[in-house]
Design a protein around this ligand. Structure first.
Ligand code: FMN
Length: 346
């Protein structure tokens, strides 16, 4: 069974859905003493199996397979759909994109996606947006796979512990990508990663991993001093040579620092933090379809933006401190994080 104490560097390279994770990135991180992850939220079971096998061929280190716990969702009434479509029509982007109201099923079947996980047994299985079914938790336990679940509040963390998870990922408000809050329509305490880590360490008895704007070894030391067993870093890995982030995503991370990062529901229907761009601004106060229907609705627009290297219409997910992102290989980033952590720990 996986144990955090076996990591020579207590770092999880965050799961990042959308083509960013790949066997090279995950294996380099795992070979350097951390955990290499995959954000498999929208992946087919075939792709999941291929990625897990390819990564295992490159490392014996720990690998994490991450999934979204989607909630059942219905298509809203026609008037709402029309409004949401209207907001996306005639956007000032060069090239053609299609807009069609998605049809059910609106998200992949988790049981189907997990088949290759049960077959290839990665060291870790993590979930975002909620707690999976008890049968999934039991099967992971029987197979010796450590389960981690994101929490954004102490209340969610207690539910994660209650569900029998092995660890909690305490996601602060600074974190890039989708906020893992269970109910996006409920109140959000907006705690920072370190505030939340301290609260969860006090209130729960399973290990806690801190996530949110942790960019260097000194930040990791801060997380460990707050009681975390490890730090989960997403943005810090986006500009690695091995990262599959788009060229525009990397360029904005490295050069467009004055924009800052903001939350938007415009791309997917759920709040996610990314670099402020034209699309986010145009979508402010616009009606969006529920998650992940809005995500499917904006897919063609985002694909056009990626093909034409247009950063203004891509989801440039990034944490609050993205201006500190470094352009290094994953191996060199891990070495730098280790040196900095040693210095910070004194
Ligand atoms: C580009 C990007 C994609 C992400 N996708 C996922 C995902 O698929 N699953 C998940 O649990 N977390 C995802 N996250 C959130 C991370 O797990 C983590 O909470 C976050 O990266 C921490 O903040 P940081 O980016 O400032 O390091 C994503 C983050 C980023 C930046």
């Amino acid at each position: 069974m996986f144990s955090f104490s076996k990591l020579s560097l207590p770092v999880i390279q965050a799961p990042m859905a959308g083509g960013i994770n790949n066997p090279r990135l995950a294996s380099e991180v795992a070979n350097a003493g951390g955990v290499g992850s995959f954000g498999f939220s929208y992946s087919t079971s075939q792709k999941i199996g291929e990625d897990l096998l390819a990564t295992r061929a490159l490392t014996n280190g720990p690998i994490n397979a991450n999934f979204f716990v989607f909630s059942a969702v219905d298509l809203p009434a026609e008037a709402v759909r029309e409004n949401a479509l209207e907001a996306l029509k005639n956007l000032p982007i060069e090239g053609a994109y299609s807009l069609a109201i998605p049809q059910a099923p609106f998200f992949p079947d988790l049981e189907e996606q997990l088949k290759p996980v049960w077959e290839h047994c990665p060291d870790m299985l993590t979930f975002h947006f909620g707690v999976p079914s008890p049968s999934i938790m039991i099967r992971a336990r029987l197979l010796g796979i450590a389960v981690g679940i994101t929490a954004t509040s102490l209340k969610e963390a207690k539910a994660v512990e209650q569900a029998g998870a092995d660890f909690i990922v305490a996601q602060g408000i600074e974190a890039g990508g989708h906020r893992g809050i269970f109910n996006p329509d409920g109140a959000d305490e907006k705690s920072t990663a370190l505030e939340l880590t301290k609260q969860v360490v006090r209130g729960c008895s399973i290990p806690v991993v801190a996530a949110g704007a942790l960019m260097d070894g000194a930040d990791i030391a801060g997380a460990l001093k707050s009681g975390a067993v490890a730090a989960q870093l997403g943005t810090a890995f986006l500009c690695c040579e091995e990262s599959g982030a788009s060229p525009a995503h990397k360029e904005y991370l490295l050069k467009h620092h004055s924009r800052g990062s903001v939350f938007t529901t415009g791309f997917s229907g759920r709040p996610a933090r990314g670099i402020n761009n034209e699309f986010i601004q145009l979508m402010e106060n616009k009606l969006v379809l529920p998650f992940p229907i809005q995500n499917t609705l904006t897919a063609s627009l985002r694909q056009l933006a990626a093909r034409t290297d247009n950063g203004e219409y891509q989801s440039l997910w990034a944490g609050q401190d993205y201006s500190r992102t470094r352009q290094l290989s994953a191996k060199h980033l891990m070495l730098a994080l280790k040196d900095e952590l040693l210095i910070a720990l004194g």
